[in-house]
Write a protein that binds this ligand. Structure first.
Ligand code: NAD
Ligand code: WQD
Length: 341
């Protein structure tokens, strides 16, 4: 029996594979390497001591998925595979709908035919838009997302709820807040391709001198220091939540279940706090300039993650400065890797 991890060589997927292996699960990865690299597979083995089975194919190719499922007994799936760049999704929306939804439907069609249950979906706090109340719990109303990326997450959730009801399946929708950091070994982390969109990779590359200066998008928000506030969750804490969510699904005795959890720390940090904490934690400087707001950005979002704590016995525990230290160590690793190539 194995767990299928799609996008398992990606940022959150690779950390989750290691945590699954540590908990005794056998893992089969599918990843088309569209946003990852093969060395991540070797590094997973270096960290965990076990090589996961790996299939390099695009999940839009249902026939290849079908062959994989003929070859392995799969008892559940964690579906990370998706495109995730919010801005890009506005430029090439069809590619986002196709990649994020066709892959999901292919998986669910195969699972329906083979009667495989226990499906975990990577959703996002983006489904809440700008919530009216903080912290955000799972009952907060969903708002129409601005981006096509965000829409794929809302649609994915709806598809999974229908799948669970119609076919008596157990699913878990995990709404991540803002994942940051890298593995403590510095062998796994985020691989931003091109100019990073997300704050922490941009801060890291600025500290490293790859980018000249960080643009802080807006200092006129109604927040503690005028910059926007988010809930930054350490990626290994996030990975552990997947193992807990999977164990809960596997132990569920009812044939149908839809679990929904917010995964965050419960703490909001401003952009300036991230910059200052990064500088202090790593003893580096991050040149920055305040610029205008970024279109589509919300003011504030942080999670009420008490449902996950209660039902999954899970809590994010890594302090922000420690998470930001791992990001810097990962940056040093990437630089030494490229220097040796
Ligand atoms: P990532 O890009 O690092 O990982 C996704 C992986 O999926 C990549 O390795 C990519 O090569 C693979 N992939 C993409 N399309 C594929 C396809 N058609 N077939 C096979 N493999 C494919 O992204 P991540 O940050 O690890 O995010 C994982 C999931 O979590 C995504 O679904 C993302 O939308 C969601 N999520 C991410 C964040 C975040 O800020 N990182 C926040 C909320 C939700
Ligand atoms: C955080 C804050 C920016 C870059 C996005 C997606 C969301 C989820 C997580 C997947 C914001 C500010 C950023 C920079 C800045 N992903 N910032 N200068 O926007 O909260 O969420 O990633 O599901 O769906 O929308 O994260 O890291 O881009 O930005 O000032 O160069 O940092 O304005 O306030 P965001 P982020």
């Amino acid at each position: 029996m194995a767990i299928l991890v799609t996008g398992g060589l990606g940022y959150i997927g690779s950390h989750t594979v290691v945590e699954l292996q540590k908990s005794g699960f056998e893992v089969v990865i599918v990843d088309d390497l569209s946003n990852s690299e093969r060395f991540i597979l070797e590094n997973i083995e270096k960290v965990s001591g076990t090589a996961p089975v790996f299939y390099p194919f695009d999940l839009k190719r249902r026939e290849l998925l079908s062959q994989l499922l003929d070859a392995h007994t799969i008892e559940g799936c964690i579906n990370f595979a998706a495109y995730k760049a919010v801005g890009e999704s506005q430029v090439i929306p069809l590619d986002y709908y196709e990649n994020n939804l066709v892959t999901l439907i292919n998986l669910l069609q195969e699972f329906k035919e083979r009667n495989i249950s226990n499906f975990i979906f990577s959703s996002s706090c983006t489904v809440y838009g700008q919530a009216d109340h903080m912290p955000i719990d799972e009952s907060a109303p969903l708002k129409a997302p601005e981006s096509s990326y965000g829409k794929t997450k809302q649609m994915g959730e709806q598809i999974l709820m229908d799948f669970a009801q119609a076919h008596e399946k157990k699913v878990s929708l995990l709404r991540y807040f803002n994942p940051i950091g890298a593995h403590p070994s510095a062998l796994l982390g985020e691989l931003p391709i091109g100019i990073p969109n997300n704050l922490v990779p941009y801060v890291t590359q600025t500290a490293a001198g790859i980018r000249e200066s960080l643009s802080i998008f807006g200092s006129d928000y109604p927040t503690k220091d005028g910059t926007a506030v988010r809930d930054y969750i350490y990626v290994v804490d996030l990975a552990r939540a997947h193992v807990a969510a999977l164990q809960k699904l596997l132990s569920e005795t009812e044939p149908t279940a839809v679990d929904i959890y917010n995964l965050g720390t419960g703490e909001g940090s401003s952009v300036l706090e991230i910059v200052k904490t990064f500088e202090r934690a790593n003893n580096v400087s991050v040149p920055y300039a305040i610029t205008g707001r970024r279109e589509g950005d919300i003011t504030i979002a942080y999670a009420d993650a008490s449902k996950a704590e209660k039902e999954l016995n899970w809590k994010a525990s890594t302090p922000l400065d420690q998470a930001l230290k791992t990001t810097w160590a990962w940056q040093q690793y990437l630089e030494s890797r490229s220097a040796n190539q």
